[in-house]
Write a new protein. Sequence first.
Length: 446
Amino acid sequence: MISAFLNTVNARLGRYFPEQRIYLKTESDMRYVRLTPFTQISATTILAFLFLWLLFSTTIVLIEATQSSGERDQSGRQQRLFEQRLSALSQDLNLRTNEAISAQKRFNKALAQVSQMQTTLLASDDQLRELETGIDVLQNTLRRAIKERDAARAETKDMKAKVKGPKGVKRSIQEIADDAQDSLYYMAEALESAALNTGTLEDEIASAEEMIANLEHVQAGTNLRNELILARLEEAVELSTEPLRNMFSAVGLDADVLLDQVRDGYLGQGGPLISPALEKLGDTQDGLINRAQLIVNGFDTLNLYAIAIQNIPFGIPLQNKYRLTSSFGIRTDPKEGGKRMHEGTDFASGYGAPLYAPADGIIIYANWESGYGRLIKISHKFGIETRYGHLSQLRVKVGQKVSRGERIGDMGNSGRSTGTHLHYEVRMNGKPVNPMTFIRAAKNVF
């Protein structure tokens, strides 16, 4: 049946595609191959299809090549723009880093000056107490000299009264003469002694008054110097305290509550610090005592701020050059797409770059965790926790105490990651917050 159908088709197509024969001749034989009309049409159709397919493929390749060239050019331009932007950010980062280092040096220098001023103030307090003691001694000497002078005058007056004798008594001329001679003799001795004593006392009084005047002049100069020292100390304390208070407020921490916690945790007691040197000044200089006490309290506050800063992650856990690759907040998931919350900040640098603790704390986790890869968790004071994910190596153990600036691990690409980077989280009372808030707040101070 199939043969009959093919014969019918070949017969009808023979008018357009006559049967062709291809002869194959050898030395001993000759053969031929018949190309029926159906075979010719089939071969022609296949060749036409192959030609069209080749033409279509060539066209697609040319179009893709043209588009790829344009995309490569555009990609190259974008890459150059990105590199320029990255270079500008790197320069800006270096500038900010240098500014932070310079600010830290100025801060340390100011603290040294404040410490020196405090020492000078205490020395001035000691000198002031010595001056007051000297004035008291001179005043006692002056009062004693005045009493001796008055006693000498009274004794001279008694001598004069004795020479005159009592009224209404009749005596002989000889007795009167003898008594007068004796009285004159004793009176001369008394007057001579009184004159010598009076002259000596007057000299001592004049010397004491001159010394008191000199001491009062010295004390006035000391008071003026103390006033200048107190003014500079007050200014230094205010300029040092206000930026620190603003830094804590910027990250959502109440500075007063924080200082109370630090004071209770490190001093074991409350209330202001009272300097023993200030207690001995007495009640005569209440204004000086109050101002000096406020300054001492200011130094106490600065010390408490320093302790708090040591325990709060204001620093960056990287010292190598880095770039910020992903910020805190809603972002497109790099693995699966779609919008998801990113609870930290990603910093990219070289594989194995050392990572450092940004604040004092205790290691509460150091192991592999799904998604994070190799993960470290540090518990800091005041309910703050930091996390470091995708590490290549862990250099700490659970329960270990770490200090600010101590190396804890190396940057890597473990876990659910698309490249070498550090996933850095900061949590307050279990709630994730933006780590850059802490980093920016510290840049405005250090």
